[in-house]
Design a binder for this molecule. Structure first.
Ligand code: CTP
Ligand code: MG
Length: 228
């Protein structure tokens, strides 16, 4: 048994700049997506991967397996939720013990097995996500760019991935959000709209989403340190 992971990788990486979409830019000499996919596939409880690619992707290396795990592909859509839905459709048919699915950003190459274990050990029937408690003091800006209020940080988390949900409930929740015209920025938001209460599992702050140009050097540092 084991759980399949859907990896949305159909974005353009506009904020990251560069010639290549960010998921294909090199980190320590290998495309970012290779770090991400290997981190998942090398974990003993991952059964296989569905990688969601842009329709015009010419950079995908065509892997059919990684670390001994099957790799499937799907074609993504305009929004992240469209890409995740396409990935869910490409999962293999259900077999016993595979009713949960993970969703993990291609742009989070620094995922550790310790975090994956924490997520999978959570045994949350309504699903779970990795998240990091906020460190900074939060300010709400007024219209004129001055401090309007200090927002208490207690109880606030930054949502990351992987996120783990019952696959049918997740597909239904994503479709419902889309039908309602609501853009969900992560899977947990769709589940929350559908009445579920996903568990927050504290993950490492190292599991960054590579977003801006400066994040590449940070990701390389974190990957190099992890390899030691
Ligand atoms: N993603 C996707 N399909 C989309 C949009 C995003 O599969 N229509 C994926 C990205 O490839 C990425 C993950 O979702 O792995 C998180 O999205 P984000 O960090 O926003 O990546 P991009 O959308 O590519 O970056 P940007 O928003 O800067 O263009
Ligand atoms: Mg984006």
């Amino acid at each position: 048994s084991g759980v399949w992971a859907v990896v949305p990788a159909a974005g353009r990486g506009a904020r990251a700049g560069g010639e290549l979409p960010k998921q294909y830019q090199p980190l320590l000499g290998r495309p970012m997506i290779e770090h991400t996919l290997r981190a998942l596939a090398a974990h003993p409880r991952i059964a296989g991967l569905v990688v969601v690619l842009a329709a015009n992707d010419v950079h995908w290396p065509g892997w059919r397996e990684l670390e001994g795990k099957p790799v499937r592909t799907a074609i993504g859509g305009a929004e992240r939720a469209d890409s995740v839905l396409a990935g869910l459709d490409a999962l293999p048919g259900k077999i016993a013990g595979t009713d949960f699915v993970l969703v993990h950003d291609a742009a989070r190459p620094c995922l550790s097995h310790r975090d994956l274990d924490a997520l999978l050990d959570g045994e949350a029937p309504q699903g779970a996500l990795l998240a990091v408690p906020l460190a900074d003091t939060l300010k709400r800006a007024d219209a004129d760019g001055r401090v309007g209020a200090t927002v208490p940080r207690a109880g606030l988390w930054r949502a990351s991935t992987p996120q783990c949900f019952p696959r049918d409930a997740l597909a239904q929740a994503l479709r419902a959000a889309k039908a309602a015209g609501v853009t969900v920025t992560d899977e947990a938001m769709a589940m929350e709209r559908a009445g579920f209460r996903p568990a927050l599992i504290e993950g490492a702050a190292d599991n960054i989403k590579v977003t801006t140009p400066r994040d590449f050097a940070l990701a390389e540092f974190l990957l190099a340190r992890r390899a030691l």
